[in-house]
Write a protein that binds this ligand. Structure first.
Ligand code: AP5
Ligand code: ZN
Length: 214
């Protein structure tokens, strides 16, 4: 199953990707996580991405498309994958088509901007695994520690309120047009399009996704 998770920053893509990975046994491809790993490793890609990400802007299409193409070609993606944070622009979606990468389901997470700003202030992440927590809505078993490894949780550099607001603007301008793009793709029979209410509790959203995709 090949799935695109579409939605604003903080809409819950990463959270539900963790659930869907376990349920369907397909890998999560989070372009954001890949870029953060590159920054941490100090690679050329990381150096290029760091400033752009801290400003809440998008990394160039060319760079991201190359990264995703390479990742999808790996063996563990043969039975499907979860795209989390890609595509994020019309040229990125067009590139998928050009490379004949078919998609079965596109899921849009619908969440209001103000809910998102509040959510991001409480987000904590475990960078090595991509697991995501929230101090109030999805707390770890032990404060500040990852459930599975016990390692420290961290606050993402781009979760400051002013950066979150910039990322939301970028989302509305550059990514939201993909909603009608994929609705048209669905009308043409090329994929299925689903919209979920991302403001419901985490478990309810997971349940809804399980029903949609089963
Ligand atoms: P990326 O890492 O993709 O960030 P994003 O899209 O902004 O999304 P987030 O990871 O912030 O949110 P999410 O939807 O995964 O929400 P989460 O589950 O964590 O990208 C970062 C940057 O990298 C970009 O700004 C850009 O610079 C660059 N980049 C990445 N991809 C790119 C691309 N394709 N092209 C160009 N540039 C690219 O949840 C958020 C919080 O809410 C958590 O605390 C969670 O616990 C909580 N939560 C989740 N669900 C619920 C719920 N139902 N109820 C209550 N709380 C919830
Ligand atoms: Zn994420």
């Amino acid at each position: 199953m090949r799935i695109i998770l579409l939605g604003a920053p903080g809409a819950g893509k990463g959270t539900q990707a963790q659930f869907l990975m376990g349920k369907f046994g397909i890998p999560q491809i989070s372009t954001g996580d890949m870029l953060r790993a590159a920054i941490k490793a100090g690679t050329e890609l990381g150096l290029q991405a760091k400033q752009v990400m801290d400003e809440g802007k998008l990394v160039s299409d060319e760079l991201i498309i190359g990264l995703v193409k390479e990742r999808i070609a790996q063996d563990d993606c043969a039975n499907g994958f979860l795209l989390d944070g890609f595509p994020r622009t019309i040229p990125q979606a067009d590139a998928m088509k050009e490379h004949n990468i078919a998609i079965d389901h596109v899921i849009e997470f619908d969440v209001d901007d103000e809910v998102i700003v509040e959510r991001m202030s409480g987000r904590r992440v475990h960078p090595a695994s991509g697991r995501v927590y929230h101090v109030k809505y999805n707390p770890p078993q032990q404060e500040g520690k990852d459930d599975q490894t016990g390692e420290e949780l961290v606050i993402r550099d781009d979760d400051r309120e002013d950066t979150v607001r910039k990322r939301l603007n970028v989302y509305h301008e550059q990514t939201e047009p993909l909603v009608s793009y994929y609705q048209k793709e669905a009308e043409a029979g090329n994929c299925q399009f689903h919209k979920v209410d991302g403001t419901k509790p985490v478990e309810q959203v997971s349940q809804e996704l399980a029903e949609l995709l089963d």
